[in-house]
Design a protein around this ligand. Structure first.
Ligand SMILES: *Cc1c(COP(=O)(O)O)cnc(C)c1O
Length: 481
């Protein structure tokens, strides 16, 4: 048996490269990353390629290893050359972010050191770093330091945590669910619906509150709906407000909604996955007034703090409520209980083991300071306004409401024919061309185009390129403009 153990040890040796081996690997990896970043300004923002990634199936996982250069070539040809280039300045669709290099380096160190960030006992430093970052975010949105929260993988998980906390805070279960009423607008992100369903709350009554002509929740209509529901014997429970809808970038009137929710004893959950970090800017703070009245809030560092994908956050004002909804113990973890000085992420989310997510956020924030983030966010707000002004100056384009944040909706109205069909052709043309990436949506049953400014790499030249490509698309598609 000893011989076999020794033999296996030798066979497993490749798992631990020595210093020279590490240096060789790192050199190739760094070169790949650098070449990508150097080429980035000239790479398409979108590459339509249905075959993308299929060749990976021809190189299955097997017992023998391959050399790194071959694998990097596979990555380049079959992953990095297909679909949406999220790192591109020209990513102006959905909600972009970009992917800060400093954060990638934080990920590298987090993975190399493999700190166990789920439990305070295992890594008090990693947990304190996470809790400190959450308190910093709380400061941005006006929450007291007694908050608790969680660094999640994204906004969807963060919404789920918020809604589960709200559910348990109101003791909602079994029969009571059918009497409970949730209030939201038709523009709420679909991850909220998904969270309600996963949380076993599909049976709740959903009241879709009407919006004004800026697609913001009508607060009076909310108050009326709650009053009517109470009178009719329903149990109003939760209001979900959007601090920046994905669809149009509209911010619900948070101050009014907050006051109504407090007066009526409803939990207010704000989905600020896209918009909450704009509160770092003066312009954003004015639009987002009232964030602090919420009971829970979601914000996505992988959107408006420009981190690589994989970072969302949820904050809950009353830490006890978050804990009650998520804390669990296990016999095999009894050693971890003695040191419970700080809240552990495992007690605040569905996760137990989690990556050391804080480092990818802490490193860029500490290295660079907050100032460049604040500047980039204000720049995004202004770029959206410039686009809004300039697109309507191009003959034939009409715009939606003035942007609350950094999303603009607009469309081309052709002299003849169906506007929806024509805009569908524009977006198809823009995707095929790939210079910039724009998306479309439905607003008031109309097919409209969107521009979402969100990447730290997007500057005035990108906006001018987008305007140019849109004007060009109209020409190519047979309108002289
Ligand atoms: C992106 C987004 C979400 C979902 O967040 P993920 O990070 O994609 O899971 C939720 N709400 C809003 C408003 C968003 O923009």
């Amino acid at each position: 048996m000893i011989n076999r153990i020794k033999q296996l040890e030798t066979l497993a040796l490749p798992l631990e490269p020595d210093a020279q081996g590490r240096a060789r690997l790192l050199e190739s990896i760094l070169a790949y990353g650098d070449a990508f970043l150097e080429a980035l300004p000239d790479l398409p923002a979108y590459q339509a390629n249905d075959a993308g990634g299929r060749a990976l199936y021809d190189a299955p996982i097997s017992d023998e290893g391959a050399d790194l250069q071959t694998l990097l070539d596979l990555l380049k040809q079959h992953v990095d050359r297909a679909g949406l280039n999220s790192a591109s300045a020209g990513h102006l669709g959905f909600i972009p972010g970009g992917g800060l290099y400093h954060a990638a380096l934080g990920d590298y160190l987090a993975a190399v050191t493999n700190r166990y960030a789920g439990v305070f006992f295992a890594s008090p430093g990693a947990v304190r770093m996470e809790n400190m970052l959450l308190r910093w975010m709380g400061g941005i949105v006006g929450y007291p330091d007694t908050l608790a929260g969680n660094l999640t993988s994204g906004g969807s998980l963060a919404n789920l945590i918020g809604i589960v906390t709200a559910r348990d805070a109101h003791g909602l279960q079994a029969e009571a669910i059918r009497q409970a009423v949730v209030y939201m607008t038709a523009h709420v992100h679909h991850s909220v619906d998904k969270a309600l369903r996963i949380a076993g709350l599909r049976g709740c009554v959903k009241r879709i509150i009407r919006v004004d002509n800026h697609y913001r929740m009508n607060a009076n209509a909310l108050a009326e709906a709650i009053a009517q529901d109470k009178q009719a014997g329903w149990q109003p429970w939760l209001v979900v407000a959007s601090a920046g809808t994905t669809n149009t970038g509209s911010v619900d009137p948070l101050l009014d909604i907050g006051q109504i929710s407090q007066a009526e004893g409803l939990w207010l959950h704000v989905d600020g996955a896209y918009g909450a970090f704009f509160a770092l800017t003066e312009m954003g703070r004015a639009v987002l007034k009232g964030l602090e009245l919420s009971d829970s809030i979601v914000m996505d560092p992988h959107k408006t703090l420009f981190l690589p994908w994989g970072s969302g956050a949820v904050l809950v004002k009353d830490r006890q409520k978050l804990l009650e909804a998520h804390h669990y113990g296990a016999d095999y973890m009894q050693d971890t209980l003695a040191l419970a000085e700080e809240l552990s992420p495992a007690d605040c989310s569905p996760e137990l083991t989690k990556p050391f997510r804080g480092l990818r956020l802490w490193l860029p924030l500490k290295l660079l300071g907050v100032a460049p983030f604040r500047a980039a966010l204000e720049e995004k707000l202004l770029l959206a306004r410039i686009f809004y002004d300039r697109i309507q100056a191009i003959d034939g384009f009409e715009v939606g409401p003035y942007p609350d944040l950094s999303v603009v909706t607009y469309r081309y109205v052709p002299r003849r024919g169906d506007a929806d069909a024509f805009n569908r052709q524009i977006i198809k043309h823009i995707h095929q061309e790939g210079r910039v990436f724009l998306t479309s949506t439905m607003v008031d049953d109309k097919f409209v185009l969107r521009l979402a400014v969100g990447s730290f790499r997007t500057h005035l030249d990108t906006i001018e390129l987008a305007l140019d490509r849109l004007a060009q698309a109209v020409k190519v598609l047979g309108e002289s403009g």
